[in-house]
Design a protein around this ligand. Sequence first.
Ligand code: RIB
Ligand code: CA
Length: 314
Amino acid sequence: MHAVTVSVALDIDPGLDDALALILALRSPEIRPALVTTVAGNGPLEMTTWNALRILNYLGAAHIPVAAGASTPLVKPFHGALDYHGADALGGLDLPEGRADVETRAAHDLLFDFAAAAPGERILIATGPLTNIANAFQRHEDMPLLLKELIIMGGAFGLTPFGTGNQTPNAEFNIWQDPDAAHVVFGSGVPMTIVGLDVTNDPTGALDASDLARLRMASSREATLVASLLQYALHRHQYCAMHDPLALAVALDRSLFGFVTGRPDVVTREGEERGRTRIQTVALSADGLGSAQVATRVDGPRFKELFMGRMLES
Ligand code: RIB
Ligand code: CA
């Protein structure tokens, strides 16, 4: 019997691995997805929003409200990642249309309402650029302290040999895309857990052809959807890195990870340092304000067992 089910909001830019994280969220009894907000990142906002709607509709979760957020970063110009995720940002997945009606209210206001509805009890999980989160925090200055936790997929802190950049040698894509938003969020005082490439690029936690073979033996909608996404991801790579599902897994089983506590910072200026993230583990304020838990290790095989087990459940 697991503990109380926690209400979560997912801020995503689907995106192959965002889609995998969304499917895992829908199959996890520890959490209740109550809101999905989309952001420009892997693809333009219209695309990431369309993808979120299609996935929720296909998996019988069209009741979950979806709000379209920011179409561009706070300051920098938009820069997608369709070269990895495919022309539709979802590997050309043949999915029927989702319902068309996104929420009319602004994503940043809906995110605030989500947090304010149960102060200290709810978790926000961000797996794209942090633009929507920064917008929400700038418009609702009390929001950071209303959240139980903000879990972020982002950054590369040099904490393991995997902790180098994937957009540039120094920067991870989500943070690089909107470093100004990351700066706002890192300094907000929100209780924060950050899962960076330091752990998500560890191949022991990535899916491979053997996992695809197992998924193809299953018949559930989830398994067939994951198999299609995985097949696309593996057409040019030996592994499918599970960046976003790993971040979500923090809310499912924290014991999968090891963390260091420190104060994150990010380079916002243009140039080769743009988007670089570091963690200061000294001189933390007594109240811990501004500090974060940053992942330094993951039990990859146990994470994969959790993910695959939930995808293969009939
Ligand atoms: O760097 C990996 C991150 O960037 C993932 O969230 C992926 O979906 C992209 O958004
Ligand atoms: Ca993402």
